[in-house]
Design a protein around this ligand. Sequence first.
Ligand code: BV8
Length: 230
Amino acid sequence: MRVVVLTGAGISAESGVPTFRDADGLWEGHRVEDVATPEAYDAAPMVVHQFYDARRAALDGVEPNPAHVALGRLEAALGDDLFLVTQNIDDLHERGGSTRVLHMHGELRSALCRACGARTEWAGPMGDFPPCPGCGVTELRPDVVWFGEIPYEMDTIVAELQRADLFVSIGTSGAVYPAAGFVQYAARHGARTLELNLVESEGTSFFHESRNGPAGTLVPAWVDEVLAQL
Ligand code: BV8
């Protein structure tokens, strides 16, 4: 059975990472247009760097929760039959035991050089405009996909959606495309679809089944169900 799992900010909520659209969400603290667009970066690079430097630093203070750990167990059992794609830019899936994670919107702990295109693992701040380790030019930006930019590895994602038997969406509001459209695409190619989310999302009606509750509870229970059927 080929399983595709898509995760969003909700899977990291119980780890203490703010989501975007819940009451205390990140976007509340910042207008999206102010920080998550190339235009915003060109207009005020310092504001954008401060936003991402703060989130990158906050990663040191959070831990993976049972939902991340359960997906690590699922990968250990399914191997190549599991494809995990996340909208999240944190590293909690990896720290929870997943070894193959596709970050379609990039990663906080990566720097993208606007001069040479190199992507470099990066743990510290970028607001002090450090030189690119590759070419030495001080043109490093967060390696994050902003609104209006093309998500990473869309061809790989589409191929996996086409051959999925089961598509599971965890902790996402279904507000942002193309990720929000994956459920309909997978279903059109014959996949069964399941949503695990705290509450109904904008995409709930597109799923064959939707379960509401915290990911830290729902995901381990669902993984146990899948493992019991192997
Ligand atoms: C693109 C990185 C072209 C940055 C992010 C008009 C109509 C339709 C589309 C568009 C439009 N105008 C423009 C667009 C396109 C646009 C878009 O969709 N805009 C939206 C706002 C309408 N999209 C783009 O620009 C994308 N690029 O389209 O390029 C293209 C596409 C394909 C092929 C070729 C060309 C790029 C979008 C990427 C933007 N970058 N993140 C950063 O992180 O700072 S978006 C960001 O928000 C996230 O990455 C994520 O993708 C997105 C949604 O957030 P969620 O993860 O869902 O989080 P949210 O807070 O919204 O929801 C949390 C959920 O969890 C809630 O449902 C909550 O109930 C639940 N929850 C909370 N606690 C728990 C829980 N669940 C379980 N347990 C809990 N404890």
